[in-house]
Design a protein around this ligand. Structure first.
Ligand code: ATP
Length: 219
C-alpha cells in the first residue's frame, strides 16, 4: 500500500521519524519553521519545505489534506502543536499523530481529534522500567491500559516442555505468538512445539495474566 506522510517539526523526534520513513522507502514531506533544519532534511525526505504549520493557508497551499498520515512533532511550543493539530483535522487529514509533552497536552490533543497521541519520554520510561524490573523480561510493549506483548526468556525449568504440556493458554490466558530461537523465528508455534531453555517467548495477553504466567512458569 502506498502511503504519503508529512512530518511537521524536525527536532530529534520528528527528525528520527522522517529519517526512518525515508529509509523504509516511504514518501515523506518534511516541514519546519527553521530553514536550517529544512535544508538538513532536503536530501533525506522526498520534499522539504519551510513554513509555519499554524498558518492554515500555508498548509492548504502544500495540499496537506492529500497526505494519508501527518505527524505533528512539535514539542516545546504546545500552543503551536495544538493549533496545528486542530487545523489538520479541520482540513480533513484522516490520520494525525501528535506528540504530547505532558498529560494535559495529551488530553487536549485527544479532545480536538488527534487520531493517535504519542508520549515518547513517558512511554519509553515505562518500557525501560518494565524491562529492568524482571530478569526474564527482554522487552515489553503496552497495547492498551490492560494488554501487552512481552518477550520472556525461557528458563532451564521449562526447557524440554511443550506449550500444550504447560497448558499456557488455558491455565494463564496467555498466547505465545512466536518463539525466537537464535536466528530462527517460529511464528504461531503449535501446541506440540518443544520449548528450549533460552528461547525467547513472545507472549500476548492481559497484564495480570502475563504477570501470573511470569511468576508461575517463567521464574
Ligand atoms: P525533540 O525533543 O524532538 O528534539 P522538542 O520536543 O524539543 O523536540 P521542539 O524543538 O520544540 O521540540 O520542536 C521540534 C521542531 O518543531 C523544531 O525544529 C521547531 O523549529 C519546529 N516547530 C516548532 N513550531 C513550529 C511550527 N509552528 N511550524 C513548523 N515547525 C515548527
Amino acid at each position: 500500500m502506498n502511503k504519503d506522510f508529512a512530518v511537521i517539526g524536525l527536532g530529534r523526534f520528528g527528525g528520527s521519524i522522517c529519517r526512518t520513513l525515508a529509509e523504509l522507502g516511504k514518501d515523506v514531506l518534511a516541514i519546519d519553521l527553521n530553514e536550517e533544519r529544512v535544508n538538513e532534511f532536503s536530501t533525506i525526505a522526498s520534499h522539504a519545505v519551510s513554513g509555519d504549520s499554524t498558518d492554515e493557508a500555508m498548509l492548504r497551499s502544500i495540499g496537506i489534506r492529500n497526505f494519508d498520515h501527518v505527524i505533528v512533532a512539535i514539542g516545546e511550543d504546545i500552543q503551536s502543536s495544538i493549533l496545528t493539530t486542530l487545523i489538520l483535522k479541520e482540513l480533513g487529514v484522516r490520520n494525525v499523530t501528535a506528540k504530547a509533552q505532558n498529560d494535559y497536552h495529551e488530553k487536549v490533543l485527544r479532545k480536538i481529534g488527534a487520531d493517535h497521541v504519542v508520549h515518547p519520554e513517558r512511554d519509553m520510561g515505562i518500557r525501560i522500567a518494565n524491562n529492568m524490573a524482571s530478569n526474564n523480561v527482554l522487552d515489553y510493549l503496552a497495547l492498551s491500559d490492560e494488554h501487552s506483548i512481552v518477550e520472556f526468556v525461557a528458563s532451564e525449568k521449562i526447557g524440554g516442555r511443550t506449550i500444550l504440556d504447560l497448558d499456557i493458554r488455558k491455565k494463564y490466558g496467555v498466547n505465545i505468538v512466536a518463539i525466537k530461537r537464535g536466528s530462527q523465528i517460529i511464528v504461531s508455534p503449535q501446541a506440540k512445539e518443544v520449548i528450549q531453555a533460552n528461547d525467547v517467548l513472545i507472549a500476548i495477553g492481559n497484564d495480570s495474566d502475563l504477570d501470573k504466567f511470569e511468576r508461575k512458569v517463567i521464574q
